[in-house]
Design a protein around this ligand. Structure first.
Ligand SMILES: C[S@@+](CC[C@H](N)C(=O)[O-])C[C@H]1O[C@@H](n2cnc3c(N)ncnc32)[C@H](O)[C@@H]1O
Length: 197
Protein backbone atom coordinates (compact mmCIF):
# COMPACT_ATOMS: atom_id res chain seq x y z
CA UNK A 1 0.00 0.00 0.00
CA UNK A 2 2.78 2.39 0.88
CA UNK A 3 4.64 3.25 -2.32
CA UNK A 4 6.78 6.00 -0.85
CA UNK A 5 10.56 5.99 -0.78
CA UNK A 6 11.88 3.98 2.16
CA UNK A 7 13.25 6.42 4.70
CA UNK A 8 11.14 9.41 3.62
CA UNK A 9 9.24 11.49 6.16
CA UNK A 10 5.98 10.53 4.54
CA UNK A 11 6.73 6.81 4.80
CA UNK A 12 7.73 7.29 8.41
CA UNK A 13 4.46 9.08 9.25
CA UNK A 14 2.27 6.63 7.36
CA UNK A 15 3.86 3.70 9.14
CA UNK A 16 3.16 5.36 12.49
CA UNK A 17 -0.37 6.44 11.69
CA UNK A 18 -1.48 3.17 10.09
CA UNK A 19 -0.89 1.44 13.44
CA UNK A 20 -3.69 3.43 15.07
CA UNK A 21 -5.91 4.73 12.26
CA UNK A 22 -7.48 3.62 8.99
CA UNK A 23 -5.60 6.02 6.76
CA UNK A 24 -8.21 5.93 4.01
CA UNK A 25 -10.69 7.39 6.51
CA UNK A 26 -8.33 9.80 8.26
CA UNK A 27 -8.80 13.57 8.43
CA UNK A 28 -5.37 15.13 8.84
CA UNK A 29 -4.45 18.70 9.72
CA UNK A 30 -0.88 19.79 8.92
CA UNK A 31 -0.11 22.80 11.14
CA UNK A 32 2.56 25.09 9.72
CA UNK A 33 2.29 23.22 6.42
CA UNK A 34 4.53 25.59 4.42
CA UNK A 35 4.35 24.51 0.79
CA UNK A 36 2.31 21.45 1.76
CA UNK A 37 4.89 18.99 0.46
CA UNK A 38 3.84 16.31 2.96
CA UNK A 39 0.19 16.63 1.95
CA UNK A 40 1.07 16.19 -1.69
CA UNK A 41 2.46 12.75 -0.90
CA UNK A 42 -0.17 11.81 1.68
CA UNK A 43 -3.18 12.82 -0.35
CA UNK A 44 -3.80 9.60 -2.33
CA UNK A 45 -3.91 7.54 0.85
CA UNK A 46 -6.07 9.58 3.24
CA UNK A 47 -9.64 10.91 3.37
CA UNK A 48 -8.78 14.59 3.78
CA UNK A 49 -5.67 16.74 4.11
CA UNK A 50 -5.85 20.34 5.25
CA UNK A 51 -2.74 22.51 5.43
CA UNK A 52 -2.83 25.37 7.94
CA UNK A 53 -0.20 28.10 7.85
CA UNK A 54 -0.04 31.73 8.92
CA UNK A 55 1.86 32.54 5.77
CA UNK A 56 0.45 30.67 2.78
CA UNK A 57 1.99 31.42 -0.58
CA UNK A 58 -0.68 32.13 -3.19
CA UNK A 59 1.18 30.18 -5.87
CA UNK A 60 1.26 27.09 -3.65
CA UNK A 61 -2.46 27.22 -2.97
CA UNK A 62 -3.38 27.90 -6.61
CA UNK A 63 -1.15 25.15 -7.93
CA UNK A 64 -2.73 22.50 -5.70
CA UNK A 65 -6.46 22.86 -6.12
CA UNK A 66 -7.20 19.26 -5.10
CA UNK A 67 -6.02 19.97 -1.57
CA UNK A 68 -7.28 22.43 1.02
CA UNK A 69 -5.16 25.15 2.55
CA UNK A 70 -6.32 27.50 5.28
CA UNK A 71 -4.57 30.62 6.47
CA UNK A 72 -4.34 30.76 10.26
CA UNK A 73 -2.29 30.20 13.38
CA UNK A 74 -1.72 26.97 15.26
CA UNK A 75 -2.71 28.85 18.41
CA UNK A 76 -6.14 29.68 16.96
CA UNK A 77 -7.18 26.91 14.61
CA UNK A 78 -10.18 27.97 12.52
CA UNK A 79 -11.94 24.59 12.73
CA UNK A 80 -14.88 23.09 14.61
CA UNK A 81 -14.40 20.94 17.73
CA UNK A 82 -13.51 17.29 17.09
CA UNK A 83 -12.78 17.58 13.36
CA UNK A 84 -9.49 15.72 12.87
CA UNK A 85 -8.11 12.25 13.50
CA UNK A 86 -4.46 13.28 13.27
CA UNK A 87 -2.63 16.55 13.72
CA UNK A 88 0.87 17.11 12.43
CA UNK A 89 3.41 19.76 13.38
CA UNK A 90 6.28 19.15 10.98
CA UNK A 91 9.22 21.46 11.69
CA UNK A 92 6.70 23.99 13.01
CA UNK A 93 6.20 23.19 16.71
CA UNK A 94 9.21 25.29 17.75
CA UNK A 95 7.73 28.25 15.86
CA UNK A 96 4.48 28.40 17.86
CA UNK A 97 4.49 31.62 19.84
CA UNK A 98 2.28 30.10 22.52
CA UNK A 99 2.73 26.37 23.00
CA UNK A 100 0.07 26.14 25.68
CA UNK A 101 -2.54 27.69 23.42
CA UNK A 102 -1.51 25.48 20.48
CA UNK A 103 -2.02 22.37 22.61
CA UNK A 104 -5.41 23.60 23.87
CA UNK A 105 -6.45 24.07 20.27
CA UNK A 106 -5.03 20.67 19.32
CA UNK A 107 -7.16 19.07 22.04
CA UNK A 108 -10.24 20.94 20.88
CA UNK A 109 -10.06 20.03 17.17
CA UNK A 110 -9.08 16.38 17.72
CA UNK A 111 -11.69 13.62 17.58
CA UNK A 112 -11.96 11.30 20.57
CA UNK A 113 -9.31 8.85 19.33
CA UNK A 114 -7.12 11.58 17.86
CA UNK A 115 -3.34 11.88 18.11
CA UNK A 116 -0.78 14.62 17.57
CA UNK A 117 2.49 13.93 15.73
CA UNK A 118 5.40 16.31 16.10
CA UNK A 119 8.50 16.20 13.95
CA UNK A 120 11.41 18.54 14.53
CA UNK A 121 15.02 18.79 13.42
CA UNK A 122 17.19 17.45 16.26
CA UNK A 123 19.09 20.24 17.99
CA UNK A 124 22.37 18.35 17.53
CA UNK A 125 21.73 17.89 13.80
CA UNK A 126 24.63 18.89 11.54
CA UNK A 127 22.88 18.49 8.25
CA UNK A 128 20.67 21.58 8.17
CA UNK A 129 18.92 22.61 4.97
CA UNK A 130 19.62 26.30 5.53
CA UNK A 131 23.16 27.42 4.76
CA UNK A 132 22.93 29.91 7.64
CA UNK A 133 22.68 26.99 10.06
CA UNK A 134 25.54 24.94 8.65
CA UNK A 135 28.71 25.54 10.56
CA UNK A 136 30.84 24.43 7.61
CA UNK A 137 29.24 26.97 5.22
CA UNK A 138 30.58 30.51 4.61
CA UNK A 139 27.00 31.83 5.08
CA UNK A 140 26.78 30.34 8.60
CA UNK A 141 25.16 32.88 10.97
CA UNK A 142 25.79 32.15 14.64
CA UNK A 143 22.89 34.38 15.83
CA UNK A 144 20.41 32.56 13.61
CA UNK A 145 21.88 29.24 14.73
CA UNK A 146 21.65 30.05 18.45
CA UNK A 147 18.10 31.34 18.04
CA UNK A 148 17.03 28.17 16.20
CA UNK A 149 18.60 25.89 18.82
CA UNK A 150 16.89 27.83 21.62
CA UNK A 151 13.50 27.57 19.93
CA UNK A 152 13.94 23.82 19.35
CA UNK A 153 15.04 23.22 22.92
CA UNK A 154 12.22 25.33 24.31
CA UNK A 155 9.66 23.42 22.21
CA UNK A 156 11.03 20.06 23.39
CA UNK A 157 11.16 21.22 27.01
CA UNK A 158 7.56 22.40 26.86
CA UNK A 159 6.45 18.95 25.66
CA UNK A 160 8.16 17.45 28.71
CA UNK A 161 6.53 19.72 31.28
CA UNK A 162 3.02 20.10 29.84
CA UNK A 163 0.19 18.12 31.45
CA UNK A 164 -2.49 18.10 28.76
CA UNK A 165 -1.08 15.32 26.62
CA UNK A 166 0.56 12.01 27.38
CA UNK A 167 3.70 11.41 25.30
CA UNK A 168 3.07 7.90 24.02
CA UNK A 169 6.09 7.73 21.75
CA UNK A 170 9.34 9.60 21.34
CA UNK A 171 12.30 8.85 19.10
CA UNK A 172 15.29 10.28 17.29
CA UNK A 173 16.07 9.01 13.81
CA UNK A 174 17.95 9.87 10.62
CA UNK A 175 16.48 10.64 7.21
CA UNK A 176 18.85 9.68 4.38
CA UNK A 177 20.18 12.63 2.35
CA UNK A 178 22.03 11.81 -0.91
CA UNK A 179 25.82 12.32 -0.65
CA UNK A 180 25.54 13.71 2.89
CA UNK A 181 25.14 12.42 6.42
CA UNK A 182 21.53 11.74 7.42
CA UNK A 183 19.41 14.64 8.69
CA UNK A 184 18.63 13.90 12.34
CA UNK A 185 15.00 14.37 13.38
CA UNK A 186 13.02 14.02 16.58
CA UNK A 187 9.53 12.61 16.70
CA UNK A 188 6.79 12.59 19.37
CA UNK A 189 3.27 11.11 19.43
CA UNK A 190 0.93 12.82 21.89
CA UNK A 191 -2.43 11.61 23.15
CA UNK A 192 -4.82 13.95 24.99
CA UNK A 193 -5.20 13.06 28.67
CA UNK A 194 -8.84 14.13 28.54
CA UNK A 195 -11.19 15.53 25.95
CA UNK A 196 -11.90 19.15 26.82
CA UNK A 197 -14.67 19.94 24.38
C1 LIG B 1 10.04 25.29 8.62
S1 LIG B 1 8.47 25.50 7.90
C2 LIG B 1 7.88 23.83 7.84
C3 LIG B 1 7.03 23.56 6.64
C4 LIG B 1 6.52 22.13 6.50
N1 LIG B 1 5.69 21.75 7.60
C5 LIG B 1 7.66 21.15 6.35
O1 LIG B 1 7.78 20.23 7.17
O2 LIG B 1 8.41 21.28 5.39
C6 LIG B 1 7.52 26.20 9.23
C7 LIG B 1 6.15 26.75 8.79
O3 LIG B 1 5.39 27.06 9.96
C8 LIG B 1 4.66 28.24 9.73
N2 LIG B 1 4.31 28.83 11.03
C9 LIG B 1 5.13 29.47 11.90
N3 LIG B 1 4.46 29.83 13.01
C10 LIG B 1 3.17 29.40 12.84
C11 LIG B 1 1.99 29.49 13.62
N4 LIG B 1 2.00 30.07 14.83
N5 LIG B 1 0.84 28.97 13.13
C12 LIG B 1 0.82 28.39 11.90
N6 LIG B 1 1.89 28.28 11.10
C13 LIG B 1 3.07 28.78 11.56
C14 LIG B 1 5.59 29.09 8.86
O4 LIG B 1 4.87 30.08 8.13
C15 LIG B 1 6.25 28.03 7.97
O5 LIG B 1 5.53 27.87 6.76
Amino acid sequence: MNKHKPGSICTFLMEKWSKTHMLAEAYILDIGCGKGAIGLQLNPYIAEYIGLDLNLEKEVVNAQKNRKFVCGRGEEMPFANRTFDLLLFSMSWHLMENHWQALQEAKRVLKANGLVSILEVADDNENWKSKKLRKDNPLFDSDVYIHKIRLLQHGAYYLKIQQDFEIVEQQTFGIPVPHEPPAMLKYWTLKPRAQLF
